[in-house]
Design a protein around this ligand. Structure first.
Ligand code: PLP
Length: 377
């Protein structure tokens, strides 16, 4: 097989300087050597989150970090509104239920963003009903970039509606943080969850959470948080009491944090606006080239996320066979459709090295070549 060219919506192909940072001698997760790296990394994350709130780096993935937030803030039996317009929304509903809470699912069509007016209309009914029932709604979970469809929901407006009802705002920004602006403080986001391995372009290994004072307070008041490790109170205690030498309760994937710090340094050196613009350029280039081959964008371009393109297949094409050939013959991996979109769409990630011109050109050339060989051009 040719060299692998990862063009999926995470994990992503990583820059050489970040890979080299990963290969440096392993640091301990406490003490002065660690504190210098940790504080620099958290400082850069706060700058990118545009927040004065605490920021946690946790071992693992985005799903785990989101579950930590939901299970820590909301007591068992109480309500969480989940905005569902795709695969990750539906999965968050399952997560809420598995945490013993009641999920109020607000479903919209796949391929469209969540709508603030619809949210307001539902909260107007749901919030008093849940309260009267003794199981009040505490939080709204918003999937910012719904990666299954490549749709960006209007986060600022949705967060504002949630706050009108006094609800905590928890955001799954796994596939958007570092790809578009998310001013956490200005938009009143209580917990913003992300990872290092999507728009920040580092290998998988850590989850990220920004946590508002109100979110810490909710976690502290929660009579039924989830265990010890996944309980944000444990993490808060370490920040407060051991923050100057051992800020996390457990061993950290320190090499991953060093790599993340290197990636963040690069983003600030090149400029955050330039970093954001690089996704938009790659998306535009991909969409134009694919449109010439008859592949249209699944969502309306006005709300398509710049970090991923979900493209409709053509009726004469077996999209799974095309994906398999792109990988085996050209070394290019793109994603298929999730859930009901399986076999109907393919998804091209623009994160990490996939957004370089060379990568996009290679994908377009390989796709054209495949179609020619199949007599489908
Ligand atoms: C990738 C992704 C996740 C899952 O992240 P993991 O790190 O695999 O747990 C969750 N939500 C969205 C929107 C994603 O794109």
């Amino acid at each position: 097989m040719p060299d692998l060219n990862l063009m999926i919506p995470g994990p992503v192909a990583v820059e050489d300087d970040v890979l080299q940072a990963l290969a440096k001698p392993t640091l301990p997760h406490y003490g002065p050597l660690w504190m210098a790296v940790y504080e620099e990394t958290v400082g850069r994350l706060k700058r990118l989150f545009e927040t004065e709130n605490d920021v946690l780096i946790v071992p693992g993935n985005g799903t785990g970090a989101l579950e930590m937030a939901i299970s820590s803030l909301v007591p068992r039996g109480e309500g969480v509104v989940v905005l569902d317009n795709g695969f990750f929304g539906t999965r968050t509903r399952d997560m809420v239920e598995a945490c013993g809470q009641h999920a109020w699912l607000l479903s919209g069509p796949w391929g469209e963003p969540a709508d603030p007016d619809t949210l307001r209309a539902h909260l107007t009914e749901w919030v008093p009903a849940a309260k009267a029932d003794g199981h009040p709604i505490r939080a709204v979970v918003i999937i910012h970039n719904e990666t299954s469809t490549g749709v960006l929901s209007p986060l600022e407006a949705l967060a504002r509606v949630a706050r009108e009802f006094g609800l905590a705002v928890i955001v799954d920004a796994v596939a958007s943080f570092g790809g578009v602006r998310i001013p956490v403080d200005a938009w009143g986001i209580d917990v913003c969850v992300s990872v290092a391995n999507k728009c920040l372009g580092t290998p998988p290994g850590v989850g990220l959470l920004s946590i508002s004072p109100r979110a810490w307070e909710m976690a502290a008041q929660n009579p039924s948080p989830h265990g010890w490790y996944a309980n944000l109170n444990t993490w808060h205690w370490h920040l407060e009491n051991w923050g100057d030498w051992h800020p996390s309760p457990t061993t950290m994937p320190t090499n991953n944090v060093v790599a993340l710090n290197t990636a963040l340094k690069g983003i600030f050196e090149r400029g955050v606006e330039e970093h954001f613009a690089s996704f938009r350029r790659a998306a535009a280039h991909t969409r134009e080239g694919m449109a010439e081959m008859g592949f249209t964008l699944l969502p309306d371009p006005q709300w398509a996320a710049p970090m991923i393109s979900a493209l409709n297949s053509r009726p004469d094409i077996d999209v799974e066979a095309m994906r398999a050939a792109l990988l085996s013959d050209y070394g290019i991996m793109v994603s298929g459709g999730l859930g009901p979109l399986r076999g109907k769409v393919f998804r091209v990630g623009h994160m990490g090295r996939a957004r370089e011109d060379q990568a996009v050109d290679a994908l377009l050339a390989a796709t054209r070549d495949y179609l020619t060989r199949q007599g489908l051009a």
